[in-house]
Structure formats: C-alpha cells, structure tokens
Design a protein around this ligand. Structure first.
Ligand code: UDX
Ligand code: UDX
Ligand code: ADP
Length: 480
C-alpha cells in the first residue's frame, strides 16, 4: 500500500488529500498539521474550512484511508510520498519585505523531513512557491539526508476556493515538474500513477521543475490581469456611459479571449493572486528585469485603485461624508461559497469607510465576528500568517458590529455596500430593506448582483460597478 502524508491541513492540503483518498482507496492518506485546533476540527463534524461537497467526502473516507493527525514526524517517517502544503505568506520584514515569499514554514518542514526520514521519499511541492524553491529544498534535503534518496517534484494546485471539489474531480490539467534524471522521471511516474486513477492521461502534463513552479505563478498572474483589465474598463464605462457587462460579453465572444473570468468587481482578493504577483515582481527584479516587474505591478495597482474608487464613490455620493452614518456591509469573504477572508477587498473597503468615520454593520453568511475584527485590526501582510503566530487579542474596532442576517445589518442604515456575490443577496426582500433604511437610501453594488432598475423603482439610489450612473451619482462625482 502506498502511503501519502501531507504536511499542512489548510485550504489546499485538506480538500486535495480528501479527493485523493476518495479516488484511490488503495492509498493511505494522512494529513498532518502543527495546529492542534485545525486537526481537531478536521476530525469533527465542523470542518475548519467551508467548501461545498467537502464534508461528504471527508465523512466517507475518514477512518478508512484518510486520517488527520498532529503527529507530524511519525507520519512523515512512514510515508512514501510527502506533499508539502504549508503557508507561504508575503515576507513582512527584512530583505524583500512586502514582496518576496516567506519560506520559513517550508524550510522548517524540509528540515524536519530530512531529520525524521529513514527511507527514500518523494517530496512534492504543493503550495505555490517562488521559482527555484525546489532547488533550495533539494539542497536542504540532500545535505541532511544520511544517505536517503529524496526526489523532489513540483505539483502546483490550481483549485479555486468555493469550487475546490469540482476542480479536483475534473481538473483542466495536473502539472508535475521533476528532474530530467532517471530518478526524477521515476518519481514523476509514481505521482502520475496516483492522479491517473481519475484524471485522463492527456490532462496530466509533465515538465521540468522550474517550468512547473513558474506556470503556477504565471497562471495566477494572467487570471488576475484579466480582472484588472475588466476593472480598468469599468472605470471608463462609468465615465462614458457604456455598460461593462455588455463590453465584457462582446469581448469574451472572441474565441481567442474567451468568456470566463471577465466579471468586473470591487477588486480581486484571495490568498493567491496578490501574493503570487508580488512574488513574480520580486523574482523579475532579482533577475534584472525591471520592465517586466513594472508590467505585473500594474495589475495590483489597478486592483488597489478599484477598491479606492469604490470607497470614494460611496463617500462622494453621500454628500462627501459618511461620518457617524450606519453603512451595511453585505459580504466579507473574498468570493462566494467560502468563509475565507484572506486579502478580501472587503478589508480595504471597510478600512476606507472607517477612515471616514462610518459605523459599519457587517453580515456574511460564512464569516464570524472574531475573524472580521481580526482582519480589520490587523496590519497589511499579517493576514495569512497562521493564527497561533498572531497576537492573541488584537484590539477590536468599535465602529464595527457584526450581525447574523442582512435585515439587521441594513436596518436604519444610510447605505448598503455589497462586497461578496453570495447568491442570497440576489433574492433579499429589498422593499422591506428600503422601508427600514434612512432616506435617501443607497445601494453600492460592488459585484453586480442586484437588478438595479428594480431597486430604483423601489426608491433606492443604486451604484453598480461599471454601469451607467444614476442622475444622482452623476451630480456627485467621486474625486479620484
Ligand atoms: C485562484 C485561482 O483561480 C486558482 O486557480 C488558484 O489555484 C488559486 O487562486 P481563488 O483565489 O480560490 O483561486 O478564487 P478565484 O475564483 O480565482 O477568485 C479570485 C478573486 O477574483 C476573487 O476575489 C473573485 O471574486 C475575483 N474575481 C474572479 C473577479 O472579481 N471577477 C471574475 O471574473 C473572477
Ligand atoms: C488584429 C485583430 O486580431 C483583429 O481581430 C482586428 O480586427 C484587427 O487587429 P491583425 O492585426 O490583422 O488583427 O492580426 P493578429 O493575428 O491579431 O496579429 C497582430 C500581431 O500580433 C501580429 O504582429 C502577430 O504576429 C502578433 N501576435 C499574435 C503575436 O505576437 N503572438 C500571438 O500569439 C498572436
Ligand atoms: P493554503 O491556503 O496554502 O492551504 P493554509 O494557511 O490554509 O494555506 O494552510 C497551511 C497549513 O500549514 C496551516 O494549517 C499551518 O498550521 C500548517 N503548517 C505550517 N507550517 C507547518 C509545519 N512545519 N508542519 C506542519 N504544518 C504546518
């Protein structure tokens, strides 16, 4: 029986290993983590992450060939294949701070693997890492190997949160990078044998180590660039009276461009896009390519611009001040169908409104008060450090209340900001909401989820990203 151990029971490690266990009954999969609460949650009925379809799979496999444990060393020692799926946040201090990936967790995982191993192993890089990390890890492993043979592979994960299970069941591609030596090729084949139990052969691509590492950074950069491109267009649409949805539809009909990932929004978030682009920028700078670095930086600049633009629009429309006004925030997660708030645009938008002294009442179906308070009181770049390394009791932000339904959030509010595209926001009773709000009642739709014309009939002043502006909004131009 092949034994797999995955270090890191997070958004990537957890779902990926659950699907491997489901699809490969003859493989024993153990997911290990240093965080005791995380592992306890994986072993309970309340999983530590919300992901549609995940619980059913975990329930089916847990105790059969899927296990969650804090005994990291034991399971690493016993494994044939070790996946490393630990966090790689952006460095907060020192060389490359604010840009380079912090590989502390990776390095300590690699040293531990070298320390405890007694048999040959394939070590698989699963978390996104800078190009040539595999080479660095290989050095740590071989310099400490005591004669054990380690083969390192890069197998970046392309799943998106909220659709992780679908993505894992039917991946567009599985990418495996390895050394071009006989040992490297044998390791690639061993990992291929795992995936080929449910992924068609032609979708499993093999490359050298660096191509695999760079492909992951490039894919995320290209995806983020599409959103910044359509968001840049949204500003121009508002200025000229065009409709960004119509423009995006027409553009996407070109088969060379394609229709997906062209929804204008208040900005992209999530643990990957910004981090990976910053990483790419840093790698370009280190390799003496400032023009290329500058090109990719622009994707992040437009994303920041879009969040600022939204805040400016809210404040400008409401007589240039939100001071002391209740503003309802609907949605805080970085996208629908996840409780994840890493790099969510809601953080910057809320901070912007708080800076103008608004009182926020926040509702998200999957994010709790502790998380929201932590996000709003944390410094930038500290968000994706594990909880146990963060200060225990960050100060609470007094102007913020977190509630458990949309109607409580919007009662007596002057304005509603929709920041996540949760389906339930489409079918709220907006007449009831309007009646309970201060007048004039504003809706700022950062995700284009509501039917603006219907809400205008009710009496709302509605702003939809990239859509022609109401007469009211035209009269109150946002200062950039
Ligand atoms: C992304 C990649 O899609 C995935 O392949 C990679 O493995 C990890 O990073 P994820 O961050 O989970 O996945 O979600 P994704 O669906 O890509 O959305 C990222 C952000 O872009 C979200 O904030 C989303 O709301 C936003 N977005 C996405 C838009 O604003 N418009 C779109 O058209 C699509
Ligand atoms: C373009 C648009 O494709 C077309 O829809 C529009 O109506 C007019 O402009 P055209 O300029 O004739 O058409 O040729 P196109 O095939 O788009 O190529 C433009 C340039 O991009 C060429 O120099 C081509 O060599 C280059 N190119 C194209 C690349 O360098 N790489 C590619 O992958 C594709
Ligand atoms: P991702 O989104 O990439 O999956 P997460 O932050 O959700 O990232 O998960 C990473 C997990 O890795 C965390 O649960 C963290 O506790 C765990 N981790 C980090 N370093 C180690 C380590 N040296 N050994 C075991 N687990 C680790």
């Amino acid at each position: 029986m092949v034994k797999i151990c995955c270090i890191g029971a997070g958004y990537v490690g957890g779902p990926t290993m659950a699907v491997i266990a489901l699809k490969c009954p003859s493989i024993e999969v153990v997911v290990v983590d240093i965080s005791v609460p995380r592992i306890t949650a994986w072993n309970s009925d309340t999983l530590p992450i919300y992901e549609p379809g995940l619980y059913d799979i975990v329930k089916e496999c847990r105790g059969r060939n899927l296990f969650f444990s804090t005994d990291v060393e034991k399971h690493v020692r016993e494994a044939d294949i070790v996946f490393v799926s630990v966090n790689t946040p952006t460095k907060t201090r020192g060389l490359g701070a604010g840009k380079a990936a912090d590989l502390t967790y990776w390095e300590s995982a690699a040293r531990m693997i070298a320390d405890v191993s007694k048999s040959d192993k394939i070590v698989v890089e699963k978390s996104t890492v800078p190009v040539k990390t595999a080479e660095a890890i290989e050095k740590i492993l071989t310099h400490n190997s005591k004669g054990i043979n380690f083969q390192i592979l890069s197998n970046p994960e392309f799943l998106a949160e909220g659709t992780a299970i679908e993505d894992l069941f039917k991946p567009d591609r599985v990418l495996i990078g390895g050394r071009e030596t006989p040992g490297g090729q044998k390791a690639i084949q061993a990992l291929k044998d795992v995936y080929s139990q449910w992924v068609p052969e032609e979708r499993i691509l093999t490359t050298n180590l660096w191509s695999a590492e760079l492909s992951k950074l490039a894919a995320n950069a290209f995806l983020a660039q599409r959103i910044s491109s359509v968001n840049a267009m949204s500003a121009l649409c508002e200025a000229t009276g065009a409709n960004v949805s119509q423009v995006a539809y027409a553009v996407g009909k070109d088969s060379r461009i394609g229709p997906k990932f062209l929804n204008s929004s208040v900005g992209f978030g999530g643990s990957c896009f910004q981090k990976d682009i910053l990483n790419l920028v840093y790698i370009c700078e280190c390799n003496g390519l400032p023009e290329v670095a500058e090109y990719w930086k622009q994707v992040i600049k437009i994303n920041d611009y879009q969040k600022n633009r939204f805040v400016n629009r809210v404040v400008a429309s409401m007589f240039n001040t939100v001071s002391g006004k209740k503003v309802a925030i609907l949605g805080f997660a970085f996208k629908k169908d996840t409780g994840d708030t890493r790099e969510t645009p809601a953080i910057d938008v809320c901070k912007g409104l708080l800076g103008d002294k608004a009182n926020l009442s926040i509702y998200d179906p999957q994010v709790n008060e502790d998380q929201i308070q932590r996000d709003l009181s944390m410094k930038k770049f500290d968000w994706d450090h594990p909880l146990h390394l963060q200060p225990m009791s960050p100060t609470t932000v007094k102007q913020v209340s977190v509630v458990w339904d949309a109607y409580t959030a919007t009662k007596d509010a002057h304005a509603v900001c929709i920041l996540t595209e949760w389906d339930e926001f489409k079918s709220l009773d907006y007449k009831k909401i309007y009646d309970s709000m201060q007048k004039p009642a504003f809706i700022f739709d950062g995700r284009n989820v509501v039917e603006a014309d219907k809400l205008r009939e009710i009496g709302f002043i509605v702003y939809s990203i990239g859509k022609p502006l109401d007469a009211w909004l035209k009269d109150m131009p946002a200062i950039a």
